[in-house]
Design a protein around this ligand. Structure first.
Ligand SMILES: [Zn+2]
Length: 143
């Protein structure tokens, strides 16, 4: 089986990495129509104009922005597995998203993702620790 014939792979390229369909088609030397056929078969939605709204150009920049409190927000498509964890309209907190993806499941409201080094922008999985709300409050009482 070729790579683009896997739903997960295609979804990753298109929705998480933000590659355009002409680009994906070019990399894999297939016709764009072939790619569309696969996307339809896998039920992968295509981006609409509103998915780009607020951007200065039509270029996809990965959908990353910083929130006023210093946390990083990541744009998430409505049909994403992790869409129920949205924090702000179409955005999800990146550290929670990284942890959820790592665990392969949604996080519930009682689960807190703590930044080990205290840097809210360092959202590498090695810097993140999953804790309960209670454990997290206790930890921050100590320092
Ligand atoms: Zn913390």
């Amino acid at each position: 089986m070729l790579e683009y014939q896997s739903k997960e792979w295609l979804y990753e390229q298109y929705w998480n990495k933000g590659l355009s369909t002409p680009k994906i088609a070019k990399i894999y030397k297939i016709a764009q129509r072939t790619l569309y056929n696969w996307m339809n078969k896998f039920n992968i939605k295509r981006r609409t104009f509103s998915d780009y709204k607020g951007k200065t150009s039509y270029q996809w920049k990965g959908g990353i922005r910083k929130r006023d409190d210093g946390y990083i927000l990541k744009w998430i498509p409505t049909n994403s597995l992790y869409a129920p964890m949205k924090a702000d309209k179409k955005y999800i907190l990146q550290h929670r998203y990284v942890m959820a993806k790592h665990l392969g499941r949604l996080l519930d409201d009682n689960e807190i993702v703590h930044h080990i080094d205290g840097n809210k922008k360092n959202n590498k999985i090695q810097n993140l620790k999953l804790m309960t709300r209670g454990e997290h409050i206790k930890l921050h009482k100590n320092y």
